[in-house]
Design a protein around this ligand. Sequence first.
Ligand code: UD1
Ligand code: CA
Length: 460
Amino acid sequence: MKPTVVVLAAGLGTRMKSGLAKALHPLAGRPLVQHVLSAVSTLEPERTVLVLGHQADRVRAAIGDQRTEIVLQAEQLGTGHAVRQAAEAIAAASGPVMVLCADTPLLTAGTLKDLLDLHVRSKAAVTLLTARIENPFGYGRVVRGKTGVMRVVEEKDASAAQKKITEVNAGIYCFDRKFLVAALGLIGKSNAQGEYYLPDTIGLARKQKRSVAALLCNDPNEILGVNSREDLSRAEAVMRGRINRQWMLDGVTMLDPGTVFIGTEVVLGRDTVLYPNVSIEGKTRIGEACTIHSGARIRSSVIAAQVVIKDCSMIEDSDIGRGASIGPFAHLRPGSVIGEHARIGNFVEVKKSTIGEGSKANHLAYIGDATVGRDVNIGAGVITCNYDGFEKHRTVIGDNVFVGSDAQLVAPVTIGRGALIAAGATITRDVPADALAITRVPQDIREGFAGRRRRMKQKK
Ligand code: UD1
Ligand code: CA
């Protein structure tokens, strides 16, 4: 049975002490709300309604998913009040209504499905997800009686005895549609926070002699609610553990998985080795048998097989061919396309440039807005002067060109294939194929000058 899903994300998240709405805080590189929405999408809901309030426009832009409907909760009067904002979708639902909080990002699709299955089987008015946790502080406590769950009591309303209960409410529920519609109209706000509490629907169901079912989640991590930065760091650690474990199962070596950060949308090839302190972000794809050394940060890039990324290199929106070697301390800025077996060495910056197969820029160079052919040698200290203070211009370097050390190529300029650029040259005009371009002042030798000067200074 397809559920109608309501996700609550209107709160600012006061305990985060942030200018950014809680739903937008990133976890493993994706906004919190996105994690919940992607778990929800596996249920193929009839409709998904997201309740927004604080920074609604920014949240809307961040999710960018047309299928998620958005309703606004102008004033945050509690989780019960938030669900009421989705009244239209709830009234129209043909199946059960599932309600989730946007701040439980570790929830898995499997648990959501189990909750829905239990709800359908038990025919309960409401089925809630619970877990037993060591430190239940802050969560609503699940009060059980002889016949099962009786109600949920919030931390601030709990008695000393209730505070000792370690079974907590995950904030994730499945409702019988009719029951929910009626219950939302009945819950009040006479509690410690003066809010309409959604969990009050559970006590209400019991009062109405309706059945309440509960699914106890075995992994307490799954229900972790992110309310503070500390919770966020915990969630990050759990998420990182899950992601890294899966990649290791799939054949990736990690020397120190506790320090490796891999985004949820990253794809890695078998036999790739990740050294400590590596971050791989965005929609990066890395091929088989690559080695990524410490301190590398790779964002939204495509890296073929057998590539070596040496220490402390930063790679963004770039494409690297098979067998290439990058770094140490290299910076590939957006739009860099590095050919097979090419080498980009230390302190080399590449931007919006194509480097052909087998070409090398091993030391201290800037290659911006350039097209570099195959088997080109870019010497130490070479700079493409791509900016004239107003506009960017291109440099084109043909195959087999040798650019001597410390040359400056003032763009726009084209170097023909096989040409030789002498060390220290300032190239301002095109160089034909196979030519030598040299812009050197002739060397002047003054025999004995240095010795005479030294003696003169010593006399004084
Ligand atoms: C809530 C539950 C608690 C449960 C815990 C699990 C209530 C009253 N309490 O507490 O039983 O153990 O989650 O994590 O529901 N929101 C709105 N509009 C509002 C208020 C909240 O959209 O007016 C949203 C928030 O943005 C958030 C979610 O609802 O995503 C939960 O709100 P939060 O304030 O974090 O509730 P908790 O105190 O964690
Ligand atoms: Ca919460």
